[in-house]
Design a protein around this ligand. Structure first.
Ligand code: KG4
Ligand code: ZN
Length: 350
């Protein structure tokens, strides 16, 4: 990271964000905090057949999509590339080949335009999505410090956000991510990828307490979902061996019960994190934040514990380039730019 204290930020600041860490090719333009465009090309259908993201297919799809997605982001924002002040791009964590596509493109564009390149940590982007404003969304922003529960198909973290560019991971998963736990459970039920939203849908109206699954015992604020996955596998095998129609006849209760288990685990550590830090500003981000049971539990707990809770619109929860441009905006203000040697950091931590 190049620290350049001599660079005074223009006002307003137009930043192009690029995100290609996993299976979404996204480009967005922000004018300071205001989203002018946020284009997302999802690869869901490409990976569905394989039941999960295939890295090589993801890289190829990013290569095909990156130019039209960036062009569309500029067109919708109604600006030309010459009006941009910086290009912010996800530099990690993520899939190596997928990150390479976004980074290479961002480098060339920034170099060609003679404007700064800003490498952004994807997880910091998630934790800062609450600061994006749009025509339809201008809600109160969280006060610092706050805790952000980031839950998606690739991540599960509780992050302490002291300032936009100063964060600390308080807890994270030691194995599967929460979204992965949803998706793997769904797969065992014969549901297509990504199965999280389907578990949510089929679980509606089901009895969340009918089937019990073991709770992980992880030290500190860390998570683990692999034990639950194995317990669920044996539970399904046993059920089906005694009754061929076990899944079909009990789908609603099974979905509600596994969902309840995952949500309880997530909430337990989040409540502990708030207790330990004394922080009552709480945010959530990542695709799993769309889950109805998690949202309900967050809202109930916020009432009971007197939290100030922020749940951003879904478009900013899932992987998107607006959050990368938002993080880039804060880094620009701090003079945190990247050099042309920026390269993917697959296991980048905050
Ligand atoms: O943030 P995201 O779009 O992509 C990354 O993984 O980075 O999150 C996708 C994950 C998937 O695992 C998907 O199953 C899960 O979020 N998800 C849900 C729901 N909507 C999306 N999980 C449970 N309930 C939902 N309603
Ligand atoms: Zn993500």
């Amino acid at each position: 990271m190049v620290l350049n204290n001599y660079h005074t930020a223009p006002s307003p600041l137009y930043i192009l964000g690029i995100e290609s860490s996993c299976d979404e090719t996204s480009a967005a333009v922000l004018c300071d905090h205001l989203e002018l465009s946020n284009i997302i090309a999802s690869q869901e259908l490409i990976h569905r057949y394989f039941g999960g993201v295939v890295p090589e297919l993801a890289s190829r799809a990013h290569q095909q999509k990156i130019v039209p997605v960036v062009e569309e982001a500029l067109r919708v924002a109604n600006i030309t590339k010459n009006e941009l002040h910086a290009v912010a791009v996800t530099s990690g964590p993520g899939l190596s080949g997928a990150l390479h596509v976004g980074i290479s493109f961002a480098k060339s564009l920034a170099f060609g335009l003679g404007i700064p390149l800003i490498g952004v940590n994807h997880m910091q982007g998630h934790a800062l999505c609450h600061f994006i404003e749009s025509k339809d969304h201008d809600e109160a922003k969280p006060d610092f410090p706050y805790l952000c529960l980031t839950v998606s198909g690739g991540h599960t973290q509780i992050v302490l956000v002291n300032e936009p560019t100063s964060m600390k991971i308080l807890g994270e998963t030691m194995d599967d991510a929460a979204g992965e736990a949803f998706d793997k459970a769904a797969r065992l039920l014969g549901l297509p990828y990504p199965g999280g939203p389907l578990i949510d849908r089929y679980g509606a109206g089901g009895n969340p307490l009918r089937f019990k699954f073991p709770k992980p015992h992880m030290p500190g604020l860390n998570y683990s979902f692999s034990g639950l996955k194995t317990a669920f596998l044996y539970f399904i095998r046993e059920g089906v061996s005694g009754d061929e129609g076990f899944i079909r006849n009990n789908l609603s209760d099974i979905c509600a019960s596994i969902q309840h288990s995952i949500v309880e685990t997530l909430m337990h550590k989040l409540v502990e994190a708030c207790g330990q830090t004394g922080i009552k500003n709480v945010c959530v981000a990542g695709g799993v934040s769309a889950n109805s049971a998690l949202r309900a539990s967050l809202k109930d707990t916020a009432m009971a514990q007197n939290w100030k809770l922020h749940i951003p619109p879904f478009a900013y929860c899932t992987d998107n380039a607006a959050m990368i441009a938002m993080a880039g905006f804060f880094q620009y203000k701090e003079g945190q730019f990247s050099g042309m040697d920026l390269s993917p950091q697959v296991r980048m931590t905050i």
